[in-house]
Design a protein around this ligand. Structure first.
Ligand SMILES: Nc1nc2c(ncn2[C@@H]2O[C@H](COP(=O)(O)OP(=O)(O)OP(=O)(O)O)[C@@H](O)[C@H]2O)c(=O)[nH]1
Ligand SMILES: [Mg+2]
Length: 292
């Protein structure tokens, strides 16, 4: 009997900040690889991860949200990363929109970038679990210029199979792009240290208000497995200014304790080990320069 050829390809998920791109990737993979938060611009670099089923193999690229205005160095850098990811070898673009938000300047900017690609284009309307508010009529005109349209809820996992069906329809037969037998995690460009720092950054995003998350990064200095099986992690939150440091530490250290506790809990689940997290805060105005 002739064996069925598998379909393979690279699929880039793009959209404005907060559309739910990282939530979607995690839901497709059935595990967390990309951090998410209610604050825009959570994802800072294009993250590649492998999905496989009986139909074939897909390398998904979760990109940073496309920002309308890029007043600071961080958002400029992050925006250009999304565009770069889209201009490289991509077979399908999933343009994710949040119908609960108005189609404004920022959305048009994202759409402009999507329009430039020569890949197959799928319009994915996210957050359909929310009925109100909706601006879905503002997006209807897009249906004609896209190869497929799927309404879904990344958070609730609704209609994800429809999206995967649509993606596979546009992929071509070929040899596997990566050998998943040798992979220890689905993330392709995320080593274990980076994954630990991302989890801590996610907790900082959840607890800190306003602009503070955009003024910080997380550095992992040491990870050691101790004789008793405990994983010792030494990490630092780096931030631009002393006033941010004070906010991250909080009154009598309550904020850093919250971030630390929530991080430790998730790190323990992710590593399946007991974790001792030594987390401190430091002022370093040059941290943006250290980003890849
Ligand atoms: N109700 C609802 N909320 C969602 C859905 N998908 C994502 N969210 C929420 O939207 C917020 C943003 O989700 P993310 O996945 O971080 O969004 P993103 O597009 O990756 O954002 P950036 O990385 O900043 O570009 C989070 O609070 C998610 O829980 C959905 O289908 N329904
Ligand atoms: Mg994201």
């Amino acid at each position: 009997m002739e064996t069925q050829k598998k379909k393979v390809g690279v699929v880039c998920i793009v959209g404005r900040p907060n559309a739910g791109k990282s939530t979607l990737l995690n839901m497709i993979l059935g595990q967390k690889v990309s951090i998410t938060s209610p604050k825009p611009q959570t994802t800072r670099f294009p993250l590649q991860a492998v999905y496989e089923d009986e139909r074939g193999q897909i390398i998904f690229v979760d990109t940073p949200g496309i920002f309308g205005k890029t007043p600071d160095r961080l958002s400029k850098r992050v925006n250009s990363k999304a565009e770069e990811a889209l201009s490289s070898n991509v077979d399908v673009v999933v343009y994710l929109i949040d119908h609960t938000r108005d189609r404004d300047f920022e959305e048009n900017k994202a759409l402009g970038i999507v329009r430039k690609t020569h890949a197959a284009k799928i319009l994915a309307i996210n957050k359909i679990d929310i009925k109100n508010p909706t601006h879905i009529v503002q997006y209807k005109f897009l249906e004609d210029e896209f190869d497929d349209v799927v309404e879904l809820s990344a958070l609730e996992g609704k209609n994800i199979p429809n999206l995967l069906d649509a993606i596979f329809r546009h992929l071509h037969e070929g040899e596997n792009l990566v050998d998943t037998q040798t992979l220890t995690q689905p993330g392709l460009n995320l080593d274990s240290r980076m994954f630990l720092s991302e989890i801590i950054r996610e907790k900082a995003y959840l607890f800190l208000r306003k602009e503070v998350p955009y003024s910080l990064t997380v550095a992992i200095d040491e990870t050691t497995e101790r004789d008793n099986g405990t994983l010792y992690i030494k990490a630092r939150i780096l931030t631009n200014q002393d006033r941010y440091k004070r906010m991250i530490v909080g009154k009598s250290g309550y904020m850093i304790k919250e971030i630390s506790m929530a991080s430790r809990k998730e790190l323990e689940t992710a590593t399946n080990k007991k974790v001792f997290l030594d987390l401190t805060v430091e002022v370093d105005p040059h941290w943006v320069d250290y980003l890849e």
